[in-house]
Structures are given as C-alpha cells and as structure tokens.
Design a protein around this ligand. Structure first.
Ligand code: BTX
Length: 325
C-alpha cells in the first residue's frame, strides 16, 4: 500500500486522538517533511486535519471517498479487497483492470474510481458514472472453474449486491432483473458487466465490473435516465457512506463466490430467485437474433433464463435485454 493509505489508516484508527509527526516519521522511516507532504495531499482531497501543538495531527472529518484505507476499516474478507487500487478520475475501471491482470494482479484485487469518463455497459453502451456519487469498480477474481461457468458470476454478484443493500439499508427492497440489473422501486440502480480472460479450458481471470448509483439525486442523472434510473440515497432519502457499502458488497461477493465454486450454483440460484423481479412475470426478451415473449419461469443451473411462450414452448435465453411487461 501507498504511504498515503497507511497514513490515513493510522489517522482513522487513532479515532480523533493526535498522532505526533515524529512518531509517524519514525514508524514509516521517513522525514517529518515527508509526512507533512502526505498530510497536505490528504487535505487537498478534502480530509480535515488539525495540527495540535506538541501533540501532532488529528483527523477531524473525512469526505465521502472510497480510499483503500477507508474501505479496509470496514472490510471482513480474507482475499477480496486486500489489494485496492483507488483512483480519482479514470476512463473505465474495466480497462484499467485488464492492465492489472496482464501485470499478474492477485485474486481479489479491486480497482475502484470516484469517477469514470468512459464507463461502459454491455455491448459498449455507455455507463453514466458521476464523480463522487457512486461505486464504480472492477473486482478481479481467479476462481478455479471452467470458462463455461463464468457467466453465473454475474448472478453471484447480483445476489451479493442485493444482500449488501439489505444488510445495511433494511428499508430498501432491491430486486434483480435478469441477468445484470438491480432495481429499486422498478428503476435501475446497478449494472454488472462480467468479462473474462481465459484459455481454452481454464479461466485466467474474471473481471466483474460493478456500477452502483449510491448518492446521486435524480437531477444528477442525464435527462434520458431521469425516468429509468435511481440511486440508493434517492430511495432512502439520505446519503450513505460509500466505503462502508463497498466493504459489505465485497464481503458477500467473497462469501457467495466461494460458495458457488465449492458447492455449485444451486444455493445461489435459490437466493437469486428469491430476489428476482423477473420470475413469474410476463417478459419481452430481445436477443441479437429474435424477440421472445412469454412468462419467465425460472433460471437453469447454467444461469440461463427460461421463457414459456404463448404456444407453451420453453425457450432458453443466454443473453438479452429484458422488458417486464
Ligand atoms: P447495460 O448494458 O445493462 O446497461 C447500460 C444502459 O443502462 C445504458 O444504455 C443506459 O440506458 C443505462 N444506464 C447508463 N448509466 C446508468 C446509470 N448510472 N444508472 C442506471 N442506468 C444507466 C450495465 O450495462 C453494466 C454496467 C457496468 C458498469 C461498471 S462501472 C465499473 C466498471 N467499469 C466500466 O466501465 N463498467 C463497469
């Protein structure tokens, strides 16, 4: 971790008590001036720090940011999030994550940004990623499963996010729209984009891209999203701590991801169906080849959506846009 992160972690742990510059300098093996420089960087980022004479630095207040040290104070995982690369503004965490994978990133590495200027959804659609308001992250996983089992990780991620929302904000009733949307009161607040780097028979890495609208007001979204998008805070009526929320998402992602790899898809499938807004509904599925209308009857062990058409035929859909009719 960077020295800035270590310093921030120390200040957070001190819980409002001063820490002396000399002490920090000794512990990090650097000069007091070096410490002072990092304190200045934190101040520029919005952390309010006070210098108490003869005693040292005190952290008075922290802005809503997702610095590694902030997420890690809440983290309950063994692997996911042990390495976090946090950025201010990037084009897309997904693009950066591919670079980290090429450089041999460890299983569980998280790439997270305050803002994305070229966030993307499926089929290269744009993903709106307002600065400082959402969770824009890519989690790099290296599960020991064959490539054909990778798509189910989108559903594992969806179940994880739903459970993180329910654990922290029990007032919310998140629902999953197959395969990768999470809705609050019928509006989209989350998108998931799973990409894979693989050889013929083994996964080298999964890149689970997660975009969650957290603290936006409806006016913060561009006009075309006003009627279809929402955020956690718009539904709750208050702002929330994004770092705490990210830690909870990572916790469930590790626990359900491990469960999937160990015990197969059945337990996840049950959780998914419980949170589903799709099953039992009349849907219109637009795939690259055709439009299928009917009642969504369930998902298979492979995560495929099954739709029963008017003629009684059950069709499996691997990838599509779903409209709930
Ligand atoms: P998707 O293709 O299902 O959804 C994209 C569509 O959703 C857009 O065409 C637009 O209509 C709508 N949309 C765009 N932005 C938002 C938003 N903020 N809230 C609600 N609706 C929106 C979903 O693709 C997958 C999104 C993954 C995003 C993450 S963020 C971290 C990572 N980096 C990156 O570039 N992508 C992923």
């Amino acid at each position: 971790f960077s020295m800035k992160d270590e310093l921030l972690a120390r200040l957070l742990r001190a819980g409002g008590e001063p820490i002396s510059g000399q002490q920090l300098a000794n512990d990090f093996g650097v000069s007091r001036t070096a410490i002072w420089k990092h304190i200045q960087v934190l101040q520029e980022e919005g952390y309010i720090l006070e210098t108490v004479k003869k005693k040292g630095y005190v952290l008075k207040s922290a802005p809503d940011r997702m610095d590694a040290a902030r997420i890690q104070t809440h983290l309950e995982t063994e692997r996911i999030g042990q390495v976090i690369h946090h950025f201010g503004s990037v084009d897309s965490t997904q693009i950066l994550a591919h670079g980290f994978v090429r450089d041999g990133a460890a299983d569980g590495t998280v790439v997270i940004a305050e803002e994305q200027t070229a966030g993307r959804g499926r089929m290269l659609r744009p993903w709106e990623s307002t600065a400082g308001k959402g969770v824009w992250m890519t989690v790099i996983l290296k599960p020991d499963i064959p490539p054909h089992q990778a798509p189910q990780f989108t559903l594992v991620a969806a179940v994880s996010i739903v459970n993180a929302m329910k654990a922290l904000y029990p007032e919310l009733e998140p629902e999953i729209k197959w395969p990768n949307d999470i809705l609050l009161n019928g509006r989209k607040c989350t998108g998931i984009l799973t990409e894979m780097v693989a050889e013929a028979d083994r996964i080298q890495a999964l890149l689970i891209g997660i975009g969650i609208n957290v603290n936006q007001k409806i006016e913060d979204f561009p006009q075309e999203l006003h009627t279809i998008a929402t955020s956690i805070s718009a539904e709750l009526g208050r702002e929330v701590d994004r770092a705490e929320f990210v830690a909870k998402v990572l916790y469930y992602l590790e626990s359900y991801g491990d469960q999937y790899v160990k015990n197969g898809f059945s337990p996840i499938k049950a959780l998914w169906e419980k949170a589903s807004a799709t099953i039992g509904r009349h849907v219109r599925a637009t795939t690259l080849r055709e439009v299928i209308e009917g009642v969504a009857v369930g998902i298979t062990e492979a995560g495929v959506l099954e739709i029963k058409t008017a003629s009684g035929e059950v069709k499996g859909v691997y990838s599509a846009d779903i409209e709930l009719c």
